[in-house]
Design a protein around this ligand. Sequence first.
Ligand SMILES: [Zn+2]
Length: 118
Amino acid sequence: MKKNDLILAAAIIAAAAVILAIQFFRQDNGEQHVVVTVDGDVFGTYDLAENQTIEIGKTNRLVIENGNARMEWADCPDQICVNHKAVDKNGESIICLPNKVVVSVEGSKTSSLDGIAQ
Ligand SMILES: [Zn+2]
Protein backbone atom coordinates (compact mmCIF):
# COMPACT_ATOMS: atom_id res chain seq x y z
CA MET A 1 0.00 0.00 0.00
CA LYS A 2 2.80 2.38 0.86
CA LYS A 3 4.44 1.80 -2.48
CA ASN A 4 1.19 2.62 -4.26
CA ASP A 5 0.88 5.83 -2.28
CA LEU A 6 4.35 6.83 -3.36
CA ILE A 7 3.55 6.09 -6.99
CA LEU A 8 0.35 8.14 -6.71
CA ALA A 9 2.21 11.04 -5.10
CA ALA A 10 4.90 10.91 -7.74
CA ALA A 11 2.26 10.91 -10.48
CA ILE A 12 0.55 13.96 -8.96
CA ILE A 13 3.85 15.81 -8.62
CA ALA A 14 4.80 14.92 -12.18
CA ALA A 15 1.43 16.15 -13.47
CA ALA A 16 1.78 19.38 -11.51
CA ALA A 17 5.28 19.90 -12.87
CA VAL A 18 4.05 19.44 -16.43
CA ILE A 19 1.23 21.96 -15.89
CA LEU A 20 3.64 24.46 -14.37
CA ALA A 21 6.07 23.97 -17.23
CA ILE A 22 3.31 24.56 -19.79
CA GLN A 23 2.15 27.70 -17.99
CA PHE A 24 5.72 28.98 -17.71
CA PHE A 25 6.32 28.31 -21.39
CA ARG A 26 3.09 30.05 -22.37
CA GLN A 27 3.85 33.15 -20.32
CA ASP A 28 7.36 33.33 -21.68
CA ASN A 29 6.93 32.57 -25.34
CA GLY A 30 3.30 31.80 -26.01
CA GLU A 31 1.94 33.25 -29.21
CA GLN A 32 4.56 35.96 -29.33
CA HIS A 33 5.99 37.02 -32.61
CA VAL A 34 8.39 39.57 -33.96
CA VAL A 35 7.22 41.98 -36.63
CA VAL A 36 9.90 43.54 -38.82
CA THR A 37 9.08 46.61 -40.86
CA VAL A 38 11.33 48.46 -43.30
CA ASP A 39 10.42 52.02 -44.19
CA GLY A 40 6.90 51.43 -42.85
CA ASP A 41 6.26 48.28 -44.87
CA VAL A 42 5.99 44.91 -43.18
CA PHE A 43 9.08 42.91 -44.07
CA GLY A 44 8.05 39.80 -42.21
CA THR A 45 6.59 38.22 -39.09
CA TYR A 46 8.55 35.65 -37.15
CA ASP A 47 7.81 33.32 -34.27
CA LEU A 48 9.67 34.41 -31.14
CA ALA A 49 9.73 30.83 -29.87
CA GLU A 50 11.71 29.63 -32.87
CA ASN A 51 15.45 30.21 -33.04
CA GLN A 52 16.30 31.80 -36.37
CA THR A 53 18.41 34.37 -38.15
CA ILE A 54 16.70 36.92 -40.36
CA GLU A 55 18.53 38.94 -42.97
CA ILE A 56 16.67 42.21 -43.29
CA GLY A 57 17.63 43.29 -46.78
CA LYS A 58 21.36 43.97 -46.95
CA THR A 59 21.40 46.34 -44.01
CA ASN A 60 20.41 44.48 -40.83
CA ARG A 61 20.57 41.00 -39.37
CA LEU A 62 18.15 39.97 -36.64
CA VAL A 63 18.68 36.93 -34.46
CA ILE A 64 15.87 35.26 -32.54
CA GLU A 65 17.27 33.03 -29.85
CA ASN A 66 15.88 31.53 -26.65
CA GLY A 67 12.69 33.55 -26.83
CA ASN A 68 14.17 36.96 -27.45
CA ALA A 69 15.23 38.99 -30.45
CA ARG A 70 18.34 41.09 -30.94
CA MET A 71 19.95 42.97 -33.79
CA GLU A 72 23.14 41.05 -34.37
CA TRP A 73 24.53 43.19 -37.13
CA ALA A 74 23.72 46.39 -38.98
CA ASP A 75 25.58 48.64 -41.40
CA CYS A 76 24.22 51.85 -39.86
CA PRO A 77 26.73 54.39 -38.54
CA ASP A 78 25.26 54.79 -35.05
CA GLN A 79 24.93 51.07 -34.15
CA ILE A 80 22.19 51.96 -31.67
CA CYS A 81 20.10 49.02 -32.80
CA VAL A 82 23.01 46.60 -32.38
CA ASN A 83 23.73 47.91 -28.91
CA HIS A 84 20.06 47.74 -27.92
CA LYS A 85 19.28 45.00 -25.45
CA ALA A 86 17.41 41.94 -26.67
CA VAL A 87 13.63 42.33 -26.68
CA ASP A 88 11.20 39.69 -25.50
CA LYS A 89 8.17 41.52 -24.09
CA ASN A 90 5.06 42.62 -25.94
CA GLY A 91 5.41 46.17 -27.15
CA GLU A 92 9.20 46.25 -26.92
CA SER A 93 11.03 47.23 -30.05
CA ILE A 94 14.43 47.77 -31.60
CA ILE A 95 14.60 50.64 -34.05
CA CYS A 96 17.32 51.29 -36.58
CA LEU A 97 16.67 54.86 -37.57
CA PRO A 98 19.24 55.21 -40.39
CA ASN A 99 17.94 52.07 -42.13
CA LYS A 100 14.27 52.69 -41.19
CA VAL A 101 14.07 49.21 -39.72
CA VAL A 102 11.69 48.56 -36.83
CA VAL A 103 11.62 45.26 -34.96
CA SER A 104 8.78 44.94 -32.49
CA VAL A 105 7.48 42.17 -30.27
CA GLU A 106 3.77 41.50 -30.42
CA GLY A 107 1.69 38.97 -28.58
CA SER A 108 -1.67 37.36 -28.75
CA LYS A 109 -4.89 38.90 -27.43
CA THR A 110 -4.49 37.21 -24.05
CA SER A 111 -0.94 38.40 -23.51
CA SER A 112 -2.00 41.91 -22.48
CA LEU A 113 -2.77 40.33 -19.10
CA ASP A 114 0.86 39.29 -18.84
CA GLY A 115 1.85 42.88 -19.54
CA ILE A 116 -0.18 44.09 -16.58
CA ALA A 117 1.31 41.42 -14.32
CA GLN A 118 4.79 42.52 -15.27
ZN1 LIG B 1 21.01 50.65 -36.67
